[in-house]
Ligand binder design. Structure first.
Ligand SMILES: [Zn+2]
Ligand SMILES: [Zn+2]
Length: 366
C-alpha cells in the first residue's frame, strides 16, 4: 500500500512529504494509522546530523493512532485499538533484556542504528529504493508499521494529539522523576532546562509528592509555564547563579534530586552544582554524540549518584495506560504542552519554530 510520509533525504535539508510504499505486513507487525505525531528534539538531531543515521529516513517517534491491520501472529493488539507507539519495543530475551535493562536491548539498539525494524529489514520504500525507519516508529507519516511490542493500547478517550506525547516526552520526563530517581515525598527537586521533557520532570516530581520543586531555565517562556506543571520556584539562570539560588531554597545544602534536561555543558554544570551531597542526579538532555564537555571535578564528588536516562525507565505496556489514565483523571497535564498543531505538509515550520525556541511541543495532526 501507499501512504504519505515526511522523508529526510539529506542532513541540513527540509523534510519532503512524499508518497511512500509500505510492504506487506510480517506476522508480528502492526499497521497503525497515525492520528498525531509529536515533533521531538531527537528528530531534529537527525535532521542536523548530530545524530547520524542512514538516509533517506522517515522521522517521528512520538506517535499515536488506531490499529488498522495486524500480522497473523499478533495477539496483544487488534484492529481498532487506539495505541501509543513505543520506541523501545525490546525483544525480551537478549543479554540486556535478561538484565532488566530493556532500553539497552541488543536487537533493538542494532535496529535503531540500522534504520530498520527489529528483524533487520525495512517495510518502507520510495520509488523502489529502501527507506529507513526511525527508532522503529517513523510516525511522521499517515501510516506506520511497528512491531507488536511497539503498539501499546491506551483508553480511546485520550485524543491522539495528547496521547502521542506519552510516547516520548511525557514518559521520559515523568518517568525520570517517578521511575528512575524515585523522588520521595516532601523532598526537594531541581530541574535544569524546562522544555517539554523538563516540564514533565516537574509534573513527575509533583505527582511523587516533592515539596520544593525548582525550575531553572534561561527562557522566560519556559519559566512562565513551569508553575503550571508543579514548580514551586523558578530561577532564571542568566540572571542569578542557579546553584546559589537552589541552596538558598533548600536549607543551604542543595536539592535532593537534580535533573538535567537542556543538553549543554552549562546546564550539566548547573545541575551538578545544585545537587546536594548524596543527591540523585539524572541526566536527560543530549548534545551531539561527538561533543566533549568539561565539568568541575568537585561537582561530581560528594557521593552523588549520577545516572543517564533516555526513556524514563519506561515499561510502555504498564506506564503508557497509567499515564493516559492520569490525564483522564486530571492529574497529568498534556493539553498545555502543545503550543502548535500542524498538518504534515507544514512539518518543516514546526522544526523551524523548535530551532527558534518558540515551541514546547508541536504536533502533526492527521
Ligand atoms: Zn523523543
Ligand atoms: Zn532484548
Amino acid at each position: 500500500m501507499e501512504t504519505s510520509a515526511a522523508v529526510l533525504h539529506e542532513v541540513g535539508k527540509p523534510l519532503v512529504v512524499e508518497r511512500v510504499e509500505i510492504a506487506a505486513l510480517k506476522p508480528r507487525d502492526v499497521l497503525v494509522r497515525i492520528g498525531a505525531s509529536g515533533l521531538c528534539h531527537t528528530d531534529f538531531e537527525v535532521m542536523r546530523g548530530s545524530l547520524p543515521l542512514p538516509l533517506p529516513i522517515v522521522l517521528g517517534h512520538e506517535g499515536a493512532g488506531v490499529v488498522e491491520a495486524v500480522g497473523n501472529e499478533v495477539t496483544r493488539v487488534r484492529r481498532g485499538d487506539h495505541v501509543v507507539c513505543s520506541w523501545s519495543p525490546n525483544c525480551g530475551h537478549c543479554f540486556y533484556c535478561d538484565q532488566g535493562e530493556p532500553i539497552l536491548c541488543e536487537p533493538l539498539v542494532a535496529a535503531v542504528g540500522a534504520g530498520t525494524l527489529p528483524d533487520g529489514q525495512s517495510r518502507l520504500s520510495l520509488r523502489g529504493a529502501r527507506l529507513h525507519h526511525f527508532s522503529v516508529v517513523s510516525s511522521h507519516a499517515q501510516h506506520s508499521v511497528v512491531p507488536e511490542a511497539g503498539a501499546v493500547p491506551v483508553p480511546k478517550e485520550v485524543p491522539f494529539d495528547r496521547a502521542c506525547l506519552i510516547g516520548c516526552g511525557v514518559m521520559t520526563g515523568v518517568g525520570a522523576a517517578v521511575r528512575v530517581a524515585r523522588v520521595a515525598p516532601r523532598s526537594s527537586v531541581v530541574v535544569v532546562g524546562c522544555g517539554a521533557v523538563g516540564l514533565n520532570v516537574l509534573q513527575g516530581a509533583r505527582l511523587a509528592g516533592a515539596r520544593t520543586i525548582i525550575a531553572v531555565d534561561v527562557s522566560e517562556r519556559h519559566l512562565a509555564m513551569a508553575p503550571g506543571f508543579g514548580a514551586t520556584h523558578t530561577v532564571h539562570a542568566g540572571r542569578e547563579d542557579p546553584a546559589a539560588a537552589v541552596r538558598a531554597l533548600t536549607g543551604g545544602r542543595g536539592a535532593d534530586y537534580a535533573f538535567e534536561a537542556a543538553g549543554n555543558e552549562a546546564s550539566l554544570q548547573h545541575t551538578l552544582e545544585a545537587a546536594r551531597p548524596g543527591a540523585a542526579v539524572v541526566i536527560l538532555g543530549k548534545t551531539a554524540v561527538s561533543a566533549k564537555v568539561s565539568l568541575r571535578f568537585g561537582s561530581l564528588m560528594g557521593e552523588k549518584r549520577i545516572v543517564r536516562s533516555s526513556y524514563g525507565g519506561a515499561r510502555p505496556r504498564v506506564d503508557f495506560p497509567r499515564l493516559a489514565q492520569a490525564y483522564l483523571d486530571g492529574a497529568l497535564r498534556l493539553d498545555e504542552l502543545i503550543t502548535h498543531r500542524l498538518t504534515l505538509a507544514d512539518i518543516n515550520a514546526g522544526f523551524e519554530g523548535m530551532e527558534r525556541g518558540e515551541v514546547t511541543r508541536a504536533v502533526v495532526v492527521f
